[in-house]
Every structure is written in structure tokens, then in C-alpha cells.
Design a protein around this ligand. Structure first.
Ligand code: NAD
Ligand code: UFG
Length: 338
């Protein structure tokens, strides 16, 4: 079948694109390349056969969306396009509400006009806010996300729930990602942050490759076993396969569905550093720094619902994630510009 993949040139989208092609789907990619690279699309097509049509444009462009739906027999949409930098969203909230919320509304409107009602949306564990009880289930109370970015994702979840309540033709899967990391094992595609990486693993990788002198560990006085923050890191290939499973499930399940995509295991910052050191086979320079505002002590998933409904579970652990991420980083020290 033909799938529209918004944001397909980005980190997660490019891995999902590869999995879609391997599953025999034709894919239409819509991306404005504001944070993705045409080179990622070229490389995916070097890894898998199949039909990819690329549209360079903005998800907020209603006329463009209308043309895309008129031109291609799209049956499902996987919606990744959006802005994702937590700090930037605090400085520039309007951009985040405009692209993430406004863009999703424009997309949903274009889908309905074209008679396409199957949508998978990239949400985040940030919608749970700061919680004391782990693991997080889909029925855990929603918290106050600590940034406009997290709020924008929660708003889109609500928009999509309202849409499903109003019109029974919709099948929507909201995927709450925990902490994506890793890369395709070929080392050909991976995460290519612009500017200073905001996240632990991409930052640590750039230290390892010599682009930055040392990693700052944000706080060691959290109520966790070693005092550093704990997260549920999930391999991007596991995440990608979760999208295919959700898309298939939605073919015969209407309504609004939420699935956590995580491993169910938390790892501390110090565990990640030790894992990195095993992979690069030398010490990783790091220093202790104050807590980062807005960070929570711990965050990991109960992934049982996805296992029951979708037959999906993450199979790759932290060491494999770090080894695959490192292969990408070492082969492409400057990302797609290398
Ligand atoms: P990414 O920035 O690598 O990919 C997003 C893609 O969307 C980029 O290729 C970018 O060029 C494109 N894009 C941005 N604005 C656009 C617009 N207005 N019109 C068309 N294209 C646009 O991000 P990612 O890590 O691949 O994340 C994909 C999705 O998953 C995002 O919605 C993100 O919020 C969500 N998510 C990511 C993480 C994470 O840690 N990576 C965690 C939770 C949720
Ligand atoms: N950390 C450091 N040093 C760094 C970066 C991070 O010590 O340079 C620590 C953080 O304090 C935290 C852990 O590493 O304890 C993970 O931080 P990340 O920035 O990698 O990930 P977050 O959990 O803060 O955020 C990620 C995504 C968000 C998403 C959130 C959902 O970046 O988009 O997961 O939980 F909203």
C-alpha cells in the first residue's frame, strides 16, 4: 500500500522509511528539510528497494497536502514532521504550537478531505510530566509537560481524540516514545543533530568522536540508585517496527489508541557512560554539572499494552543501541555532511 510519511528525512522517519520499504510499501515523503537531510533519503534508497516519492514542503501548506493526496493513492499517514528541541520551545513557543499543533490540524483536515482516516502520530513520554510511580502505563495520570514542546504533543493527542470521538471513520494510533537512540546497523543512517545536541546519547557520541571535549552529567543527587537520571532508551529500529505494527493494527481497529513504545527498563546516565566506554574501549571524559531545569529523576515505560495489542516488543538492549549509534557516528563524524 502507499503510505505518506511526514518528516521522513529526519532521524526516526528515515528508519521507519527503510522498514516500510522492506515491508513492500510504496512511500511518499513530505519534508521541509528544516531538520532532516535529503542525503538520508538517498541512503535509505541505497539500503532497500522500493518506491519513494519525495515532496519538499511544509505540513502547514494545505494546498500542497491537497495535491499530494490527489496524486497518490495514500491509505495511511505516519506523522513525524515537527519541531522537537525542548529548550528552543521554551524560547520560541509560537513556532512549536504553529508547526506541531497547527501542522497536525492542517494534516488531519487534508486527510479527511481526501478520505484517508488512518494516522499514526509521534508523541512523547513527556506528556506524563514528573511522576513518582514507575513504570508509566498509558492510563497513568497525565502530568504537566515541562516545556511548550511537551504541551504541543499533549494538545495534538487531545485534538486527535476529539476527532475520533466526532467521526467513527478515524483510526488513530498515538505512540508515546520514551528515549530513542541507536541507528540502523549498517551505519549508513542515524541521528544528525544540528548545533549542540540536547540529548545524552548524541552528545556523548560527539564527545567520543572528538567534536566536543567532555560530557556534562546533569546532577547526581536524584533519588535513583546512583543519583543520576534514569530513562528508558529504545533502539530506533525497535521503534520503527512499532510503527509498522501500529499501522497494521489500525487497519481493522477504528478509534483513538495510545501505546507506549519503550523497553520497560530504565538506565542511569552513569550506566550509559559505562556502556559507551565499553563500546569505544576507552574512558569517556565527563564532569558533574548542576541539574538541568525541567528534568525528571526517572522515566520508564510499561510496554505491556503494545505487546498485547500489537504483538510488538523491543528486542534490542542498551549495548546494541550504543554499538549501532557509535558505528553511525564513527563512520559519519559530521553526520550527513561527512
Ligand atoms: P527530526 O527532527 O530528526 O525529524 C523531523 C523531520 O520533520 C525533519 O526531517 C524535519 O526536516 C521535518 N519537519 C520539521 N518541520 C516540518 C514542517 N513544518 N513541514 C515538513 N517537515 C518538517 O526528529 P525525530 O527525532 O525524527 O522525531 C520525529 C518525531 O518524533 C517528532 O515529531 C518528534 O517530536 C517525535 N519524538 C521524538 C523523540 C526523540 O527523542 N527523537 C522523542 C519523542 C517524540
Ligand atoms: N543528560 C545529561 N547530560 C546531557 C544530556 C542529558 O546528564 O548532556 C541527562 C539528563 O539529565 C537525563 C538523561 O541524561 O537524566 C536523558 O536526557 P535526554 O536529554 O537524552 O532525554 P530526556 O529524557 O530529557 O528527553 C527526551 C526527549 C524529549 C522527550 C523526552 C520524553 O529529548 O523530546 O525524552 O521523556 F520529550
Amino acid at each position: 500500500m502507499t503510505i505518506l510519511l511526514t518528516g521522513g528525512a529526519g532521524y526516526i522517519g528515515s528508519h521507519v522509511l527503510l522498514c516500510c520499504l522492506e515491508a513492500g510499501h510504496a512511500v511518499v515523503v513530505l519534508d521541509d528539510f528544516s531538520n532532516g537531510s535529503p542525503e538520508a533519503l538517498t541512503r535509505v534508497q541505497g539500503l532497500a528497494d522500493g518506491q519513494v516519492t519525495t515532496w519538499h514542503g511544509d505540513i502547514r501548506d494545505a494546498a500542497l497536502l491537497e495535491r499530494i493526496f490527489a496524486r497518490h493513492p495514500i491509505e495511511a499517514v505516519l506523522h513525524f514532521a515537527g519541531l522537537k528541541a525542548v529548550g528552543e520551545s521554551v524560547a520560541n513557543p509560537l513556532a512549536y504550537y504553529d508547526v506541531n499543533v497547527g501542522g497536525s490540524v492542517t494534516l488531519a483536515r487534508a486527510m479527511a478531505a481526501a478520505g484517508v482516516f488512518r494516522l499514526v502520530f509521534s508523541s512523547t513520554a513527556a506528556v506524563y510530566g514528573d511522576q513518582a510511580q514507575m513504570p508509566l502505563t498509558e492510563t497513568s495520570a497525565l502530568g504537566q509537560p515541562s516545556s511548550p514542546y511537551g504541551c504541543s504533543k499533549l494538545m495534538v493527542e487531545q485534538v486527535l481524540a476529539d476527532l475520533c470521538a466526532a467521526d467513527p471513520r478515524w483510526s488513530v494510533g498515538v505512540l508515546r516514545y520514551f528515549n530513542p537512540a541507536g541507528a540502523h546497523p549498517s551505519g549508513r543512517i542515524g541521528e544528525d543533530p544540528r548545533g549542540v545536541p540536547a540529548n545524552l546519547i548524541p552528545y556523548a557520541m560527539q564527545v567520543a568522536v572528538g567534536r566536543r571535549p567532555e560530557l556534562a552529567v546533569f546532577g547526581n543527587d536524584y533519588p535513583t540508585p546512583d543519583g543520576t537520571g534514569m530513562r528508558d532508551y529504545i533502539h530506533v529500529m525497535d521503534l520503527a517496527l512499532g510503527h509498522l505494527a501500529a499501522m497494521e493494527h489500525l487497519a481493522d481497529h477504528t478509534g483513538h489508541h495510545i501505546w507506549n513504545l519503550g523497553t520497560g527498563r530504565g538506565h542511569s546516565v552513569l550506566e550509559v557512560i559505562r556502556g559507551m566506554e565499553r563500546v569505544i574501549n576507552r574512558p569517556l571524559p565527563w564532569k558533574l554539572a548542576p541539574r538541568r531545569p525541567g528534568d525528571t529523576a526517572q522515566c520508564w515505560a510499561d510496554p505491556a499494552r503494545a505487546a498485547t495489542d500489537l504483538g510488538w516488543r523491543a528486542t534490542r538492549g542498551l549495548d546494541e543501541m550504543l554499538a549501532d549509534h557509535w558505528r553511525w557516528q564513527a563512520q559519519n563524524p559530521e553526520g550527513y555532511q561527512s
